[in-house]
Every structure is written in C-alpha cells, then in structure tokens.
Design a protein around this ligand. Structure first.
Ligand code: FE2
Length: 329
C-alpha cells in the first residue's frame, strides 16, 4: 500500500499525478505552446515554474488525498530538456523536504511502456512516438532494449517542423491529421527504413521543397506525409514483434494520439495475430500519471533516494532507455 505523487517536466508538459495501488487518482497537466516556432527550453521551463504550485494543489484536491499521506515523490529524471527537467527536480526536492519522504527517480521512456499495464498489456513491444523520441522498446534479458529508433529527428519534431514551414502552428499534429483526412491523393515521398531504424530528415527536406514549389495542395502533402512515415513506423514495429517473438504492441507518446497511426497499427496486429494496446489519451501524451505509476512499482521494490543522498540526486537529460537498471522486475 503506497501513495505516490509523480512529477513530469521533461519537455513542454508539466504534470502532477497521484497514484495509489496502481490506480491513478489524479493526473493533471499544463502544456507550454507557441503560436509560431517550436519549444524554447528556457521559456518552457518558465512556464513550468509558473504552473507548478497550482497543479500540485489541483492534483492533491482531485486525488482527494492529504499531503501527509504521501509516501514518496516520483520524478521524471530524464531524458529531456535540461532547463525543464531542473524545474521538476527542484520541486521534487522541495516537496521531499517539506513532507519528509524519499524521492523515486523514473526514466520517462520506460514509464511510457510500464503505463501500458493499465490497458492490460503484459509484455509488449512499445512503439514510442513523441516530439523528441521515436523508439521501439521491449524488455529482453533483464533490460529495456531499444530495437529500433530514428537516426535523426523524433517523429513529433518532424511533424511540427513541417507544420512550422506550412504555417500550421505548434504543435501541428492535429492540424496535419485534419488536413490529411481531406485527401486521398498520394504523392510519392522518400521512404527511409534501415532494419528497425528510420530516418526522417531527407523526407522533411523533400516535403519542404514540394511545399515551396506551390504545386501540391497542403491536404495532399499532409496525407502523403502520414501514409509514408506511419508505414515506416508500422513496418519497423512489426519487424521488432517478429524479432522478439512478442505478441503485444503498445503505443506511447503524443504522436500515437493520431487515429490513422492507431488504425494502421491495429491492421498490422490483426494480420499477424498480435494484440494491440493503446492507452487513453491522458496516458499517451507526456503525463505525470505514468511517472507516479512506475514510481510506485519502483518504490515497492525498494528503489528510493532519501536523506543526504537527495542532495546528490541530479537530472539525466540524455539517459538512454537501455542504461536504466531494471531492479523492479
Ligand atoms: Fe514522452
């Protein structure tokens, strides 16, 4: 029986959540957005600083809990943008001192995978598609391993950068999906799959050139972007399923909110007799619910930082999924 408060602050989202016995009691978040341009890390950090207290109070109230009942603070330690991570880490340390409870460090990418348990997935291959991250992750021989990943841009950043060229605002995923749904006209784009890895920068350059030529309707470009890049993701995810022999595919990350990507994954899974799992939106996007959820699993297996050790605890902006020591399995 433990009550864990989780904090998420790796990039544009600041979130706080409360989890008790594997149940998410509250999961609140606020996102830094811009009219034009992408994330400016220091601006995003200022946003987090501004909203943290209010979200903390909201998470406590919505979770119907009392501060004094919190057993530990779980913090998203990395990977992510350093200025943003620092706000979360400082807040975690403040709370840990105030409440006299330990801190549980959590890897953000692994949290995307572990929260899949809420949907019923037991041992899935995770297709994790967000702004900065595009990875195919699965547990094998004592570690979470990256079977495939992008060799350059994260698919979310790729989509947002194209959106920026096309003047669609940030984040652009939803607008692109809307525009894509109005077209069925496929324009050929480069297709870059290397084993279980993908590359996106060449496709971005190609799309930019097509946009600048003014020869193609934006709807057709958005449609072709989705069909090409999502096929690349589905192909590599299928290869990971075949390679690992696993029978479950789980989606994670903000790009997984795209219903066309979900549909394509569903079809692939049906064709090869695998089960498809897609968490509800609040657990797909960056959120503190998954941080508190994995935090509780870690805490229950004895992973925690307390006393003087807390001072030494630092963010890990570049932590790789396969560097995480999995002591809770
Ligand atoms: Fe994420």
């Amino acid at each position: 029986m433990s009550l864990i408060l989780g904090i998420e602050s790796t990039a544009h989202t600041f979130g706080i959540a409360v989890v008790k016995n594997g149940k998410v009691l509250s999961n609140v978040r606020d996102m830094y957005t811009t009219e034009s341009g992408g994330i400016i890390p220091t601006e995003s950090a200022k946003h987090h600083e501004r909203v943290k207290e209010e979200l903390y109070k909201k998470a406590i109230a919505e979770g119907k809990i009392q501060e004094k009942d919190i057993d530990a603070i779980a913090i998203s330690q990395g990977p992510g943008l350093a200025p943003c991570l620092l706000i979360g880490m400082r807040f975690a340390k403040e709370l840990s001192k105030k409440l006299n409870v330990p801190i549980v460090p959590v890897n953000h990418c692994v949290a995307h995978l572990e929260i899949g348990k809420i949907t019923g997935a037991k041992d899935p291959v995770l297709l994790y598609t967000s702004g900065a991250n595009t990875q195919i992750i699965a547990y094998a021989s004592g570690k979470y391993r990256i079977f495939g990943e992008t060799l350059d841009l994260g698919v979310g950043n790729f989509i947002d950068t194209f959106g920026r060229y096309a003047g669609l605002g940030f984040p652009a995923g939803q607008r692109i999906q809307e525009l894509a749904s109005k077209s069925k006209n496929y324009i050929e784009l480069p297709y870059k799959v290397k084993g279980m890895d993908i590359a996106l920068s060449g496709i971005l350059t190609n799309l930019k050139q097509k946009l600048e030529s003014r020869k193609y309707p934006i709807e057709d470009l958005c449609f072709s972007l989705q069909e090409t890049v999502f096929t690349m993701l589905v192909e590599t995810a299928e290869r990971a399923l075949a390679h690992t022999g696993k029978k479950e595919l789980l989606l994670g990350g903000g790009v997984a909110c795209n219903s066309r990507l979900q549909e394509m994954c569903k079809i692939m899974c049906a064709e090869r007799g695998a089960k498809f799992f897609c968490p509800e939106r609040q657990f797909l996007v960056d959120n503190a619910g998954m941080i508190a959820f994995l935090g509780e699993i870690e805490f229950n297996s004895g992973i925690k930082v307390s006393g003087k050790e807390i001072e030494k605890l630092d963010i890990k902006p570049r932590e790789r999924t396969d560097n995480v020591e999995v002591k809770w399995k």
